[in-house]
Ligand binder design. Structure first.
Ligand code: GDP
Length: 167
């Protein structure tokens, strides 16, 4: 069942959101497999016999410059959000809707990771969902998942959702 198919995933989000930590968590677990030859910001992860090729666009100002070649054929976007960073939720929202409007991403499913749930005062997934107005999104499949990249809590529920939404 889809055993050898490759599924392209883009990990996006503002600086300091936890993108690198999340990619690290995904690749260091026993259940996953990483390919060291691909490159430092690209990792291959196997989950439920599905190969996710994850591109961490960290440090590239993600959508502010043209990353069209990276967008093309991406099936999933993982938007990592620092749930402590209330000041920049507006900026996150801007990025999100800019992504959703991008032609090359029209078929992509969106997983929002409400990261840093271990910190006191972090926005809950429900609160963040409201601030990002996720229920208004009709053009893409989406899901929001609370997580803590430091412990890995919630990350596998995210992967599980992705593996259930392979198109
Ligand atoms: P990136 O810029 O999006 O790649 O973010 P990083 O992965 O480099 O993380 C930015 C900072 O946030 C680092 O100091 C991480 O240790 C910290 N961080 C990431 N995830 C979590 C989390 O779930 N909880 C806490 N408390 N800190 C986190």
């Amino acid at each position: 069942l889809f055993g050898d198919e490759e599924h392209k995933v883009l990990i996006l989000g503002l600086d300091n959101a936890g993108k690198t930590t999340i990619l690290y968590q995904f690749t260091m677990k026993e259940v996953v497999h990483t390919s060291p030859t691909i490159g430092s910001n690209v990792e291959e992860i196997r989950w439920n016999r599905i190969r996710f090729v994850m591109w961490d666009l960290a440090g590239q100002e993600s959508l502010r410059i043209s990353w069209t070649s990276y967008y093309s054929s991406a099936e999933f976007l993982i938007l990592v959000v620092d749930s402590m960073d209330r000041e920049r939720v507006g900026l996150v929202k801007e990025e999100l809707y800019r992504m959703l409007a991008h032609e090359d991403l029209r078929k992509a499913s969106v997983l929002v990771l409400a990261n840093k749930q271990d910190l006191k005062g972090a926005m809950s997934a429900a609160e963040l969902s409201g601030l990002l107005n996720l229920t208004s999104i009709k053009s893409h499949r989406w899901q929001i998942q609370a997580c803590c990249a430091l412990t890995g809590d919630g990350l596998y529920q995210g992967l599980e959702w992705m593996s259930n939404h392979i198109q």
